[in-house]
Design a protein around this ligand. Structure first.
Ligand code: HEC
Length: 364
């Protein structure tokens, strides 16, 4: 890093630390301290004491000629070591260097080691912590406090944002509003909205998150709430379709649904009345959802089958049409048909079955 930038960063961090109430600007969060406490009591307390306070005269060798465990609560010299080295001691123990501490590499993973360190550092007085953080340029990265989404909420004029989670990139936090992902940096002073791609392996990290959201939405819906056209051969994959009975391209897709079923694709229809409750398909979709056999009623409504729809659009099942509409809005659907592959990928609009089938099957 360029020296001036580094210096500016440090000054920035120092002013940040000063602006916060005592004890809040630490690298770990309260969850880590809680988890670390449990692990510390199980693994470390026998020697270092429940509050990391033992042994008081740690400078004095025992009768075996070895040093006793030092207190880790900030009163000894633990704060002279950077995070990496503290972790190394926990991983390797002290036996190799003639000490007594056993290695923990087989018992604790990296996150658990972070947590035990967070626990004993939570015992450090602010002054000790500040000296340590200063010396090793440790930034406060706790996203919980202060709320790093505050400025973004203000600019967007909304109250709710997904809890920010740190991405693979240190110091960059992902949050979400609707179906858009935003990345907060510098404790939420700056934001960028767009896709984050790992160029080393070509993974679009934002797309993966987007698919996760789709899967979370769609997986909780039972098949009985949907109009399902099952694969005729053994099922190879599933296609979720948000549809409206009145949309021409939805009808076109429906005319070809037999080809999809024959190819081993199960099609699951979610209702999505394009125009909301005033749209042309709203009442018809409700009638379809009132039918005993939703799939058959869907075919009747889309004109590929002859028959009658139920007279009523006012039944308990019909409320799912409104739910489908809300669900679609949350997923950012703007038109019908909207297609989602089994792994949550999105295909916008109609696609002829000759293109659609290989696309779905090659995806597997
Ligand atoms: C069997 C007793 C024992 C256990 C259990 C133990 N330690 Fe230690 N620890 C020691 C001793 C003794 C030392 C001093 C170095 C040596 O002799 O190995 C030490 C040193 C350390 C140090 C270095 C302190 C410094 O200031 O340099 C850290 C950090 C530490 N222990 C953390 C832990 C953690 C975290 C755990 C639990 C996961 C743990 N220890 C479990 C005995 C123990």
């Amino acid at each position: 890093m360029n020296k001036t930038i580094k210096l500016l960063l440090i000054i920035g961090l120092m002013s940040l630390t000063q602006a916060l109430p005592a004890g809040e600007a630490r690298w770990y969060n309260t969850e880590q301290v809680k988890q670390g406490n449990l692990l510390f009591q199980q693994n470390c307390a026998v020697c270092h004491g429940a509050n990391a306070e033992l042994v008081k005269n740690w400078k004095q060798k025992g009768i075996d000629g070895k040093y006793p465990p030092p207190p880790l609560n900030g009163s000894a010299h633990t704060w002279h070591h950077p995070l990496d080295q503290l972790k190394k001691t926990i991983r390797q123990g002290g036996v190799q260097i003639g000490g007594l501490m056993p290695p923990f590499s087989a018992l604790l993973n990296e996150a658990e080691m972070d947590a035990v360190i967070a626990y004993f550092q939570s015992k450090w007085p602010d002054q000790t912590y500040a000296k340590w953080a200063d010396r090793f340029e440790v930034a406060a990265t706790d996203p919980g406090q202060p709320d790093i989404t505050q400025l973004l909420k203000l600019r967007l004029g909304i109250n709710e944002l997904a809890t920010p989670v740190e991405t693979e990139v240190k110091g960059v936090y992902q949050t979400r509003f609707g179906n858009k992902f935003a990345y907060l940096i510098e404790n939420g002073r700056y934001v960028f909205i767009g896709d984050m791609v790992d160029l080393q392996n070509g993974r679009n990290l934002t797309e993966l998150s987007r698919r996760e959201v789709v899967n979370q939405e769609l997986s909780v819906v039972p098949a009985s709430s949907l109009a399902v056209f099952p694969a005729l051969a053994s099922e190879k994959t599933i296609l979720n379709v948000f549809t409206d009975t009145s949309c021409p391209y939805c009808r076109k897709l429906h005319e070809e649904i037999g080809f999809l079923q024959e190819a081993g694709i199960t099609v699951r229809y979610f209702p999505y009345p394009r125009g909301g409750s005033k749209g042309p398909g709203y009442q018809t979709l409700k009638q379809v959802w009132c039918a005993d056999d939703k799939a058959e009623a869907m075919s009747i409504a889309k004109g590929t089958k002859v028959g009658d729809l139920p007279d009523t659009s006012d039944c308990a099942e019909a409320s799912f049409v409104d739910e489908g509409f809300e669900m679609g809005k949350r997923l950012g659907i703007t038109g019908t048909p909207s297609l989602f592959t089994e792994d949550g990928g999105r295909i916008v609009g109609y696609m002829p079955y000759k293109e659609l089938i290989p696309k779905l099957l090659n995806n597997l």
